[in-house]
Ligand binder design. Structure first.
Ligand SMILES: [Zn+2]
Length: 369
């Protein structure tokens, strides 16, 4: 099986490289807007990205000096979005990323000593904190500038992982987990895992800095300085959270052969249950995404239960469905069999049961996941 992933690294372009990057951001924005204009004015054709680039380069010779692959990729991206009006708008803001391909003529290469070779930029300093898997193939690279003014490269790679083999998996060594607020999740053994709320912890600090910003003259040097400071605070919270989620997901992927989760609509939860910021902050969706590829890498299984399966309302002992279970009912007694059920643990047990049952059902009928 082949996995596609993006690895992101901090890069430190020198002055000249920064100029090239900024010029490319501008050129990509220009091409974006020209293409949108063309698409609005006449019937539009898919494909032929190269001929658009050539046409725009004829009109605006400054485009000749920048990475053609970045311009092509911008058109590819827009063509993917044809017919999606929300994403098909002109851009006024300065473009903060572009994507460039790994071509024979202009290759992307990770070099030793924290350096990377990038098309049109040459050799750029990079903080190579996490090696990409051996035998990985580099497909493309995105050059990104964030709100703090830091530069990153996002390298898209593909690599092969062993196909999982059911015979090698111990289905007894499985776990079901249920998203649980204000905790993070509860598993089918009743283990409760909390997520440190980094964002909430730093919220007081952030509020103070935002208030300061509001008292400043918009557009002044101090104002931009303060904006960068706030972006840095957000950035720190994001990094801490990602670290924590990486550790937790690796531990679980090492430990279990099969992990069962609910296929959640996180946005729905945030709206319907009005947990708002807390839900978004704790990154459960990100966590599931990490589990997904980490299990794949190990030749193991992540199974997802249908999001409409009533995992909380079903008694895991007898199967009775308590339709009027309320969100605030943390424990309930099954009217049919009399079991006392902990809401979250009961849900986790059900998720595990239904996932494995569904998987085995498909296996028997010959339809693998
Ligand atoms: Zn029951």
């Amino acid at each position: 099986m082949e996995i596609t992933r993006q690895y992101k690294y901090l890069i430190k372009p020198d002055k000249k490289q920064k100029e090239i990057i900024i010029r490319t951001f501008g050129a990509v924005r220009y091409v974006h807007n020209r293409f949108v204009e063309d698409a609005r004015n006449k019937e539009f054709m898919r494909g032929r990205a190269l001929s658009y680039v050539e046409k725009y380069r004829k009109e605006s010779p400054f485009l000749r000096a920048v990475d053609g692959s970045a311009l092509m990729n911008q058109i590819f991206q827009l063509q993917d979005n044809l017919g999606k009006p929300m994403r098909f708008k002109k851009r006024n803001d300065s473009y903060v990323s572009y994507s460039t391909g790994n071509l024979v003529k202009n290759p992307i290469r990770i070099l030793g000593n924290n350096k990377i070779q990038l098309p049109h930029l040459g050799i750029v300093e990079m903080v190579y904190h996490r090696p990409i898997p051996e035998d990985a193939q580099i497909k493309k690279a995105a050059i990104i500038r964030n709100r703090e003014g830091k530069y990153y490269v996002g390298i898209t790679i593909t690599y092969k992982v062993p196909d999982h083999n059911d015979k090698d998996l111990d289905f007894e060594n499985s776990v079901g987990i249920d998203y649980s607020s204000p905790h993070f999740f509860v598993d089918d053994k009743g283990r409760m895992v909390d997520m440190p709320h980094f964002y909430l912890k730093e919220q007081g600090k952030l509020a103070k800095e935002i208030k300061k910003l509001q008292s400043m003259v918009k557009g002044s040097n101090n104002y931009y300085e303060q904006k960068r400071k706030i972006a840095a605070l957000y950035g720190r919270v994001r990094d801490q959270r990602a670290d924590y989620l990486h550790k937790l997901s690796s531990e679980m992927a090492d430990k279990y052969d099969v992990i069962c989760v609910e296929d959640l609509d996180m946005q729905g939860i945030a709206q319907g249950y009005s947990l708002g910021k807390r839900t978004y902050d704790n990154g459960y969706g990100t966590f599931i995404g990490m589990l997904e590829y980490k299990m794949k890498e190990r030749g193991k299984l992540l199974l997802k239960a249908d999001r409409y399966y009533p995992s909380s309302k079903t008694c895991h002992i007898c199967g009775y469905i308590k339709k009027d279970l309320r969100l605030e009912d943390r424990t309930w007694i099954c009217p049919q069999c009399g079991s006392v059920l902990d809401r979250d643990r009961n849900a986790a047990i059900n998720i595990k049961k239904i996932c494995i049952k569904t998987y085995e059902g498909r296996r028997v009928s010959g339809h693998y996941l």
